[in-house]
Structures are given as structure tokens and as C-alpha cells.
Write a protein that binds this ligand. Structure first.
Ligand SMILES: Nc1ncnc2c1ncn2[C@@H]1O[C@H](COP(=O)(O)OP(=O)(O)OP(=O)(O)O)[C@@H](O)[C@H]1O
Ligand SMILES: [Mg+2]
Length: 230
């Protein structure tokens, strides 16, 4: 099934913005196609994370509309959105909460009532893929930064979803683990799964992105899909 994410004239201000009323996203219109690996770049504070959270339905626009697979994000519950979009937070700590690494990876499948044997098999695969097997009984909070990042990735990639939005997925990963992540995102996008990746890692972006978007001060200042230069 094809799944677009559409932002139509979307603006957003944080309730506690400084200075007061400052817009973090200013009237952005953007259509993200599932078969188009998209990289989102730009300077710190430009609005990348805010835009990604709007696209994922985690934040709802102050004005304008976000459509996720054709549905208004403002009318969707987080549970409904979670069945379509996987989201990696910029700080992986924000999405780790179970008592052990293995339980953390299993969480979303357990929530959705999957079969126990199937969960165990998939968790084992993810532990192996992200080289976390030796840490499966550890507390997520005792992991190193790079291990936490790999755990957060394992927790979202265990789901079969239409679209993944990853906020700085390569931060803290060493070369070997970055290559593993590269293989996975390549495989997913090869199967038509949508990818929006925020990254300052130029090598990673150049390797994967079909489309590059740059944000500065809450606006899109460059979109390669609209670039008519040779
Ligand atoms: N929870 C919040 N409350 C108030 N203002 C916020 C909040 N989160 C972000 N902002 C502000 O919104 C603007 C955009 O921030 P955002 O985190 O989207 O930028 P970014 O492009 O992801 O930056 P970075 O590269 O540092 O991750 C910034 O001016 C930031 O200070
Ligand atoms: Mg950010």
C-alpha cells in the first residue's frame, strides 16, 4: 500500500517558545513520497526535529494540515499512527523504558498482542542484527550512548511499517554499526518503505538520499526534487 505524508501550509509554535510566539515552522508545504528516501538537513535550531515530529503526528500543527496516509494527523491517535510510522527520537533515551534490553525491543509487538513465539523469534533476530545479544538482560539505562541508539533502532525496526522517520540515527554509531544501519535502511527503502532521515552526516546522506531538503529558520530553503539546475 502506498502511503504519502503531506504537510499543507503547516505552521507551528511551541507553547513555551522564546521569544514568545516565535514560529518554529513557518508555512511549510511538503509532500513526502514513500519511494523517495528523503534527507532533512540544515543548521541547529532550523526546525528539522519539529518538522519530523509534525510529519509523524507526534506534534499537531498550529495551523495547516498534516495528512498521514491520507488521514488528518489531528484526528489520529498515537496508537493508530504508530501502526504506520516508526519514529526514532534524536535522543534515544526518550524512547527506552523497559527493565531489560530484550523487553524494550519486544514492547511494541506485545502491545499489539502478537504471538509469544513470534515475538521471541523477532527479538532474537533484532538482538543479533544490532549486536545486542550479550546485553539482552541489561537495563537499557546502563548502556553506552551508541548501544542505546542501536537499541532504539531495534525497537522500531522490529515493526513492519509503511514509513520510518529517523532523527540523527548515525549519532554515536561507530563505522561498523553505521554500515549495519546503512544495509538496513537500504533494504527497507528497496522494498518501498518510506524513509525521512534527519542527518548532519554528509556521507550517509550522499549514500542513501534520493531527495534532500534543507531547513533554515523554520522554512525549506532547498529541495532537490524542485532543483532544476543541471
Ligand atoms: N520544546 C520546545 N519548546 C520551545 N521551543 C522549542 C522546543 N523545541 C524546540 N524549540 C525551538 O524550536 C526551534 C526549532 O528547533 P528544532 O529542535 O526543531 O531544530 P533542529 O533543526 O532539529 O535543531 P538540531 O540540529 O539542533 O537538532 C528552535 O528555535 C528551538 O529552540
Ligand atoms: Mg533536531
Amino acid at each position: 500500500m502506498s502511503c504519502y505524508i503531506e504537510l499543507n501550509n503547516v505552521s507551528f509554535s511551541y507553547p513555551r517558545s522564546y521569544p514568545r510566539g516565535k514560529v518554529a515552522i513557518n508555512n511549510v508545504t511538503l509532500h513526502l513520497r514513500q519511494n523517495e528516501f528523503t534527507a532533512l538537513t540544515g543548521p541547529n535550531g532550523g526546525g528539522k526535529t519539529t518538522l519530523a515530529k509534525l510529519a509523524a503526528g507526534i506534534l499537531k500543527p498550529s495551523s495547516g494540515k498534516v495528512l498521514i496516509c491520507g488521514k488528518d494527523s489531528a484526528k489520529m491517535t498515537l496508537g493508530e499512527i504508530g501502526k504506520k510510522i516508526g519514529y526514532l527520537f534524536q535522543n534515544p533515551q526518550q524512547q527506552l523504558f523497559a527493565l531489560t534490553v530484550a523487553e524494550d525491543i519486544a514492547f511494541s509487538l506485545e502491545l499489539n498482542g502478537h504471538d509469544k513465539g513470534e515475538i521471541a523469534r523477532k527479538v532474537k533476530n533484532m538482538l543479533e542484527l544490532f549486536q545486542l545479544t550479550h546485553l539482552q538482560d541489561s537495563s537499557p539505562f546502563n548502556l553506552s550512548h551508541g548501544e542505546k541508539g542501536r537499541l532504539a533502532l531495534a525497537g522500531i525496526f522490529i515493526n513492519h511499517l509503511d514509513y520510518f522517520i529517523l532523527d540523527e540515527p548515525t549519532t554515536g554509531l561507530d563505522v561498523e554499526r553505521k554500515n549495519i544501519l546503512s544495509d538496513i535502511v537500504k533494504r527497507f527503502s528497496g522494498h518501498g518503505i518510506g524513509m525521512l532521515v534527519i542527518s548532519h552526516d554528509e556521507g550517509f546522506v550522499a549514500q542513501h538520499a534520493k531527495r534532500t531538503i534543507e531547513m533554515v529558520e523554520g522554512e525549506i530553503v532547498y529541495d532537490s526534487s524542485k532543483d532544476l539546475r543541471p
